[in-house]
Design a protein around this ligand. Structure first.
Ligand code: NAP
Length: 242
């Protein structure tokens, strides 16, 4: 039977690359997204071109009812085997003293509350084992001074969530790991007001370039797959050495 995987934030960036990668490896895929319907429809078409089943559901991960709808739609593809907890946002880069409360709350809502709500749905529905991959960030250990310390702190919470869930769910055969990307070429940098960050940050990256979404997707696919059956509670850094 084909694996069935939910990917939040599957319309663009790392989530979209992961959806295409997992489809190529035999997964049926349910993607959640917030508002980019055209991008989500293109990902669904690409998954179906691999001969897999796919569904795209507009579901804000901060809303428990919408999260439930996403997982209900995934159930139509077959028994759930995995979750990629990926939908995330940053906020405008800047000094800590300028951080606005509404930006802080949004970052916590999407990157922490949303991850917990989705992991909870997955944990309830993965009745015969499975795997969860939480997308963290290298920021969790770097702290992101002068950029977005609050985002870094929430990503550190993702790592803690990963460790706790890995231990709690291990007796049920559910593995939980995280991938911590460095600077990856996606639209997220435009949302934080630095659209060219993947180029301007190159001097900080030991490998001398930003990463591509496909390079993160490969790590996620490995953690979900049969070569990672003894790996749980790990945070796999995919950051070019950052
Ligand atoms: P991206 O290109 O901006 O894509 C974000 C995706 O998340 C989109 O599909 C978006 O949907 C969706 N989304 C945003 N808020 C949502 C919400 N509340 N509910 C449901 N979906 C939502 O981002 P990315 O760079 O691929 O980032 C993916 C993950 O990697 C995030 O957790 C991010 O923190 C992490 N990360 C990224 C980098 C990097 O350099 N890119 C580095 C470290 C960690 P719409 O298309 O509908 O807007």
């Amino acid at each position: 039977m084909n694996p069935v995987t939910v990917i939040t934030g599957g319309s663009r960036g790392i989530g979209a690359a992961t959806a295409r990668r997992l489809a190529a490896e035999g997964h049926h895929v349910a993607i959640g997204y917030r508002r980019d319907h055209d991008a989500a429809a293109q990902v669904v078409a690409d998954i179906r071109a691999h001969g897999r089943h796919a569904v795209a559901v507009p579901a804000d991960t901060c809303d428990p009812d919408q999260v439930q709808s996403l997982f209900d739609a995934a159930a139509d593809l077959g028994p759930l085997t995995g979750l990629v907890n990926n939908a995330g946002v940053t906020s405008p880069v800047g000094p800590f003293t300028d951080l606005r409360a509404d930006h802080l709350r949004r970052v916590v809502d999407v990157n922490l509350i949303g991850y917990v709500l989705c992991a909870q749905q997955a944990a309830r529905r993965l009745t015969t084992g499975g795997a969860i991959v939480n997308i963290s960030s290298a920021a969790a250990t770097l702290g992101s001074p002068g950029e977005y310390i609050h985002y870094a702190a929430v990503k550190a919470a993702t790592d803690t969530l990963t460790i706790g869930l890995a231990k709690e769910l291990a007796p049920r055969g559910i593995r939980v790991n995280a991938v911590a990307p460095g600077i990856i070429r996606t639209d997220i940098h435009a949302d934080s007001g630095v659209p060219d960050r993947a180029d301007t940050a190159v001097g900080r990256i030991p490998l001398g370039r930003a990463g591509e979404p496909d390079e993160v997707a490969g790590a996620i696919a490995w953690l979900l797959g049969p070569d990672a059956t003894y790996t749980t509670g790990a945070v796999l850094r995919v950051s070019g050495g950052l």
